[in-house]
Design a protein around this ligand. Structure first.
Ligand code: 13P
Length: 253
């Protein structure tokens, strides 16, 4: 069964009202209606209502970059899945390496966030990926397996049917150093096999995105790989033309 490609922009902590307005309008102007590619942007929390308003009735979906593992209550500074859903998000990134490494999110906490997303009807985009030290030590697969198994152990394999996985090697994020298509494909195939060991049908359906210095000039070769179903784009998603070029590359595969 063919998997529909997904290209998602992770804007991280960037943008202001005027810039967000320009960026969304720029993307919408170049987005083909009914194209074969699903397209999403993930603004900062405060920009979500603005982007939801601008994209209402368009093919551009809105997601969030994180959520709380809790549903409501005395958790100062946190934002719940219910809040995100009410404000127009259909998806949410969980376990981004910047959350894991800069803000100390453990595998268990990521698993709880994944479960919270599902509870509120949001599609979790689960990020996994190894650091440069882990890759050099030959432990890439071990790290990815640990990160995946923490989630599967918490919610069960069938729950992955409602999710997207993103392989983001930490050493490729924001560094300009992309994984080669073969390096990325090898890890994507490993992820699919690991899920396939528990549910072969699901493994064939779940979308696995690549993220880490995806640009218009390398997107096509990455998206051409058998197990790469699109991308999670950081820096290049802040430029409408670059983002649209990446979306078009996904549509050609
Ligand atoms: P860059 O595309 O800037 O490397 O960021 C990738 C990323 O972290 C997307 O979530």
């Amino acid at each position: 069964m063919a998997r529909r490609p997904l290209v998602a922009g992770n804007w991280k902590m960037n943008g202001d009202r005027a810039g967000v307005d320009r960026l969304v309008r720029g993307i919408l102007a170049g987005l083909a209606q009914g194209g074969g590619v699903e397209v999403m942007v993930c603004p900062s929390y405060v920009h979500i209502p603005q982007v939801a308003e601008l994209t209402r009735g368009t093919p551009l979906a809105v997601g969030a970059q994180d959520l709380s593992e809790y549903d409501s209550g005395a958790y100062t500074g946190e934002v719940s899945g219910a809040m995100l859903a009410e404000f127009g998000c259909g998806s949410v990134i969980v376990g981004h390496s910047e959350r894991r490494h800069l803000f100390g999110e453990s595998d268990d906490r990521v698993a709880e966030k994944f479960a919270a997303a599902l509870r509120h009807g949001l599609t979790p985009v689960l990020c996994v990926g190894e650091t440069l030290e882990e890759r050099r030590a030959g432990s890439t697969e071990q790290v990815i397996a640990r990160q995946l198994d923490a989630v599967i152990g918490h919610v069960g394999v069938p729950a992955l049917a409602g999710a997207v996985i993103a392989y983001e090697p930490v050493w490729a994020i924001g560094t300009g150093q992309t994984a080669t298509p073969d390096q990325a494909q090898a890890v994507h195939a490993f992820i699919r096999e690991r899920i396939g060991g528990r549910d072969p049908g699901l493994a064939g359906e779940v979308r696995i995105l690549y993220g880490g210095s995806v640009k218009p000039d390398n997107a096509g070769s990455l998206f051409g790989m058998a197990d790469i179903d699109g991308g999670l784009i950081g820096g290049a998603s802040l430029d409408a033309d670059a983002f649209l070029a990446i979306v078009r590359s996904a549509g050609q595969e």
